[in-house]
Design a protein around this ligand. Structure first.
Ligand code: ATP
Ligand code: MG
Length: 397
């Protein structure tokens, strides 16, 4: 009797080549995710993926698989020889060792070929009887069973699986092309990055750092957040842009109420150029409509005007509470709320304009050396490759 994990994936609309790409990408991502478990085997058969957890046992491997986008459900499974005694024994074992033992069940048997000497009906009946005998207090319910125990006879081998643990759904990371996340140290942008990865985007991130106005602790916080996000999408390339000169020049030459608007326009230009160099097809931000004074439609217009590239705002329809809930689920919340300054907070004018105008923004900006500032910021950008394993220790205090 061999313990396996059955991985189910979805997106029913996928057809033809798309489906093959999707499956190959998913298998590749699963391999990547399971790297900390040497010896684990991943095999795609019959339109499903089976993972053999080897010596590691199912539990930690199940946990890891539940963080891989594209996985719709995961089931502890067993593979036995196609022999009625072995099947019965495995069935009882599966039901008994479910996380929470079911009170009702039904057996759903299928024969892929007819060489097995029993019909599906016979398997249902025999195995059903064995489970009733072997598991105390359990009943059969053919209409709404708590557990559907599936048995698939495939030649010499038979697969059994029951419990379906929901996966995160979505699409395999990398199947939708690359995006550039504008990652601050706040609560929102990591969630926006997570949701982009959920739809299959391969993520890179750009962060604007204004040393010495913002400290190394603030930068480290962003590195830590990026590392937490690698849990869901593997290695992330982080571009840390030196932003001090840009901010200083804006402060010296522009009207205070437009400081934030002009600053964001400069961020967009630099992010767009960084995206172009990395072949990313869109920017992603953590903005949500009306959340703060700077996140009005007028403001978004004034900001978008500075860039050609599409700007995705996955949180646009969410309340802060909903965003915080996801942030806690994905594990970034505790780090996001650490009180380190962001380049926006140190740059906050007393009364920022809430309905900035595009023409006024352009006019004010004509006093800046836009091209030089963008070019130099991009040239001086530091690239950090963030892998799921922490390589260096950093203490905030
Ligand atoms: P967050 O929680 O993501 O910081 P927020 O609600 O604090 O968002 P703002 O500070 O107004 O909102 O920033 C809006 C968006 O602009 C952020 O979600 C992020 O995508 C981007 N952004 C802000 N500051 C930076 C920064 N220093 N580097 C990169 N992107 C930034
Ligand atoms: Mg912020």
């Amino acid at each position: 009797m061999k313990d396996l994990i059955l991985v189910r994936y979805g997106e029913l609309a996928l057809k033809g080549n798309n489906r093959a790409d999707f499956e190959n990408r998913l298998v590749q991502n699963i391999h990547e995710k399971l790297k900390p478990f040497p010896g684990v085997k991943v095999r795609k058969t019959f339109g499903r993926i089976f993972v053999d957890p080897g010596d590691h046992g199912s539990k930690p491997v199940l946990q890891a698989l539940s963080e891989v986008f594209g996985v719709v459900g995961i089931s502890p499974a067993k593979r036995v020889a196609s022999d009625m005694d072995a099947i019965r024994e495995a069935a009882v074992h599966l039901v008994r060792h479910r996380q929470s033992p079911p009170s009702t069940f039904k057996v759903v048997a299928k024969r892929a070929d007819k060489t097995f000497p029993h019909t599906s009906q016979e398997i249902n009946r025999t195995v059903g009887t064995a489970v009733l005998k072997g598991v105390q207090g359990i009943r059969v319910d053919v209409h709404q069973p708590e557990l559907e125990l599936h048995i698939e006879v495939r030649g010499k081998e038979t697969y059994l699986y029951g419990e379906n643990i929901p996966g995160p759904g979505g699409l395999p990371v990398g199947s939708s092309g690359r995006v550039m996340l504008m990652l601050s140290g706040g609560i929102d942008s990591p969630v926006a990055g997570y949701l982009s990865m959920k739809r299959g985007a391969d993520l890179e991130a750009v962060h604007f750092h204004s040393y010495p106005f913002t400290s190394n602790r603030a930068k480290q916080k962003v590195i830590d957040l990026a590392r937490m996000m690698t849990r869901y999408g593997g290695t992330i390339r982080l571009h840390v842009v030196p932003f001090t000169e840009v901010q200083t020049q804006i402060r010296e030459r522009c009207t205070p109420s437009y400081l934030i608007t002009i600053m964001r326009r400069m961020m967009m230009r630099i992010s767009e150029e960084t995206a172009r160099r990395q072949k990313a097809l869109a920017l992603v931000t953590g903005e949500s409509l009306g959340q703060v004074a700077s996140q009005t439609l007028e403001s978004m217009n004034a900001i978008n005007d500075a860039a050609q590239i599409p700007i995705l705002r996955p949180l646009i329809g969410m309340d802060k509470q909903e965003i915080m809930t996801i942030s806690k689920q994905i594990g970034t919340y505790e780090t996001s709320v650490l009180p380190y300054e962001d380049c926006c907070t140190v740059f906050q004018p007393k009364s920022p304009v809430t309905r900035p105008r595009v023409d006024k923004s352009r006019e004010l900006e004509s006093k800046l050396e836009v091209d030089r500032l963008v070019r130099e910021a991009v040239e001086q950008t530091e690239q950090i490759c963030i892998t799921p394993e922490q390589t260096e220790e950093f203490s905030y205090f």
